[in-house]
Design a binder for this molecule. Structure first.
Ligand SMILES: [Zn+2]
Length: 54
């Protein structure tokens, strides 16, 4: 969907940590995903598309 392997990877990691009950680990994944998104052209394009749809 997103088209970016790294974005998907962080999301999966976060979900895994959540299921384990590892809150700190989930937060770490969130932060890293945000950082990656800042430099992820694919994620940016998707976000801009969503904004433009409105
Ligand atoms: Zn990405």
């Amino acid at each position: 969907m997103s088209g970016c392997v790294e974005c998907v990877r962080w999301r999966e990691r976060e979900e895994r940590a959540r299921r384990r009950g590892d809150h700190s680990g989930a937060v770490d994944c969130r932060v890293l995903l945000r950082r990656h998104r800042a430099v992820c052209s694919v994620g940016r394009a998707v976000a801009e598309r969503r904004r433009g749809e409105r």
